[in-house]
Unconditional design. Structure first.
Lengths: 215, 82
């Protein structure tokens, strides 16, 4: 069983040429969300392949592993979807490696980082050494606004700007589940070279950022 | 089973997953499962499985992927039962 580890916050690496060309996806799961009690008995059968289900059966932390696998697949789907036409999202087609360090989708292998935090699991796929983090949403705050504030607050100092100079925009899209395209980062009104992904679930907001594809 | 009967059962399936009861009060075929009912992708998997169990059908991944509104779910079920 691979050890869980925190994301490596390598702010400088956000601008590093060695991660140039990556598209990033992320997903956070609140492990204490009461809604998890509604998880269908066949949920693992639907979202996990045979190998993953075998690992779940042997795991000492099956709940955490199941949601780590799910978050990894969601993150990988987001990253892959930025490469062109949005693929059919069949969770079983995104296969997470036993060491939890990569996700395979067809012939494509994406790097993966998973953080198991206090009450959450956060997965980031598609980029090596991304800047990524998950934080609690302030009580009563709108989750979408909270994650945008988190992005602005954390990336502003790394980009040498004020947080109010950062804006995240999602254009309408007919290809996505929520009707919006992937988030795009704008700094002082201009498109940023950073590729970002955002997510929220229950008590947590999260994001990941890296140098975008083709830049 | 009529479309209305299917709709009623689908709303019953959705109900436990909807955090805001007011959102279901005005549910229609156009209601967005994510945007209007605030149901996330993990719960949508559960809902697809409940639909399979309730209606005795098998929902392919490609068909599940197209379910974005309550109407999409109803249409999928009606077509599967034909």
């Amino acid at each position: 069983m691979p050890s869980w580890r925190p994301h490596q916050d390598v702010g400088a690496a956000v601008l590093s040429p060695r991660v140039r060309g990556a598209a990033v996806g992320d997903d956070v799961v609140d492990l204490e969300d009461p809604a998890l009690a509604l998880t269908h008995p066949r949920f693992a059968e639907r979202v996990c392949d045979e190998d993953e289900r075998a690992r779940l059966a042997c795991s000492r932390e099956p709940k955490a592993l199941l949601w780590a696998l799910f978050a990894a697949k969601e993150a990988a789907f987001k990253a892959v979807s930025k490469g062109g036409a949005t693929p059919v999202f069949a969770h079983r087609r995104f296969c997470v490696a036993p060491d939890l360090e990569s996700v395979r989708y067809g012939a494509l292998v994406l790097p993966l980082e998973i953080e198991l935090g206090d009450g959450f699991v956060h997965a980031v796929a598609g980029a090596r050494a991304p800047t990524a983090m998950a934080r609690r949403i302030p009580p009563g705050a709108d989750p979408s606004a909270a994650v945008r504030e988190l992005v602005a607050r954390e990336l502003a100092p790394r980009l040498g700007v004020r947080s109010e100079h950062i804006e995240v925009v999602r254009e309408p899209s007919s290809d996505t589940y929520d009707g919006l395209g992937p988030p795009r980062l704008f700094v002082r009104g201009a498109p940023s070279h950073l590729d970002i992904s955002m997510s929220h679930d229950g008590r947590f907001a999260a994001f990941a950022a890296c140098v975008g594809p083709g830049r | 089973m009529t479309q209305e009967e299917v709709m009623e059962k689908v709303v019953g399936i959705l109900k436990p997953f909807v955090k805001s009861p007011e959102a279901l009060a005005s549910v229609s075929m156009q209601t967005s499962i994510l945007k209007d009912l605030k149901i996330n992708s993990a719960r949508l998997v559960d809902i697809v499985l409940e639909i399979e169990d309730t209606f005795g059908i098998a929902v392919k991944d490609e068909d599940a992927d197209k379910v974005k509104t309550v109407g999409d779910a109803v249409t999928l079920i009606v077509q599967a039962k034909v």
